[in-house]
Design a protein. Structure first.
Length: 353
């Protein structure tokens, strides 16, 4: 039985701004005697962020659950309620961090978490919104309802990747916050990897402050995903055991292909059996070909003959890293225009042996 309301923080931000990196940094600073749970949602159907977050935290008081596909906050709160209830019952956490997809409506999560039936279960603490201030001058961002909504509900705005800003970036962000009626929202500058101890300590203190934002009263958007059952919305992140149900979905070639679309964006993605390995050089040629399509985002965890590769591409900026383990390979592309999945898949599988 939950006797003390669980401290809950929402961490928002548009695609590729660094939400997963921030959460990893916060988890690394978690008090040893506490259990923290993370509920993460991705726009695409594949589910990659959960694997990135769980790396290095097995058995260390961290529980991670994932709601891949669609939007955690769109379907009248149904998927959120199911996911929140399950993660609370399974983990009994001291703190819950919620990371909605960068294309999700976080205000609806705020409303749900402040609903009367959850008042004795969770207590909503300060929310953080990560933003790349260089993007504010781009109409694709500043005119996007979700981008504005994320900033509007934030108790703290984190201007991430600040080492890359020019002298116009921060004045532009402050002017934009003023235009949203949020000139009073604190803004903190941060580097891409949250390496400054003083900044991380400040963020850890912020986690314990009650949220000051009132409910968002905007009318909900039409729902197109209510046909899914609650069970279809909720998928645990794989841990050490192989997901047998997932294994049964692989076709004869050893992969699963999924697509999604909404909010003017499209995704294609693949889960590939761990017995199939990628040639690193050929895969990087494929990544460069995807880069030439000017997609919004490419994320991947790929098992190669040279090790396990993590790929993160936002706009045309590519970051590579090495992971310790992975149960399968996962690749996802998000674009603001339809993608030729068949051609991308044909080219991708030329990289697999």
């Amino acid at each position: 039985m939950i006797t003390t309301p669980i401290k809950t923080n929402i961490i928002t931000g548009f695609l590729g701004v660094g939400k997963t990196t921030l959460i990893k940094a916060l988890l690394a600073s978690k008090p040893d005697n506490e259990v923290w749970a993370v509920l993460v949602n991705e726009f695409g159907e594949i589910g990659i962020d959960g694997g990135l977050l769980s790396s290095g935290h097995n058995g260390s008081g961290v529980v991670i659950k994932e709601v891949p596909g669609g939007c955690l906050c769109c379907a009248a709160g149904v998927p959120t309620q199911v996911a929140v209830n399950q993660i609370i019952q399974q983990a009994k956490p001291d703190r819950l961090l919620i990371e909605p997809t960068g294309l999700g409506h976080p205000a609806e999560i705020v409303n749900l978490l402040q609903a009367p039936h959850l008042q004795h279960v969770i207590t909503l603490q300060a929310s953080m919104c990560l933003v790349d201030a260089r993007k504010v001058s781009d109409s694709r961002y500043r005119d996007h309802d979700i981008f504005k909504q994320q900033l509007h509900i934030a108790d703290m705005v984190i201007a991430n990747k600040a080492q890359l800003y020019d002298e116009q970036a921060m004045p532009c962000l402050r002017d934009f916050m003023a235009s949203l009626g949020r000139a009073d929202t604190p803004i903190m500058l941060s580097d891409s990897h949250f390496t400054q101890a003083s900044q991380l300590q400040h963020l850890m203190l912020l986690l314990n402050k009650p949220s000051q934002r009132a409910k968002w009263h905007q009318s909900p958007k039409p729902v197109s995903l209510l046909s899914r059952s609650a069970e279809q919305w909720f998928t645990p992140v794989a841990s050490i055991k192989v997901d047998e149900a997932l294994q049964q979905q692989f076709d004869a070639q050893g992969y699963i292909y999924k697509t999604n679309q909404g909010e003017g964006c499209y995704s294609v993605g693949w889960i590939i059996d761990c017995q199939r390995c990628f040639d690193f050089a050929r895969f990087m040629v494929w990544v460069e070909s995807v880069k030439s399509l000017n997609v919004m985002r490419l994320k991947a965890i790929v098992i190669t003959f040279d090790g396990i590769l993590s790929v993160n591409m936002v706009d045309d900026k590519l970051t590579l890293d090495e992971l310790d383990d992975a149960l399968d390979s996962r690749i996802e592309i998000i674009s603001d225009k339809p993608l030729d999945g068949d051609t991308l898949q044909q080219q991708l599988f030329e990289c697999v042996d």
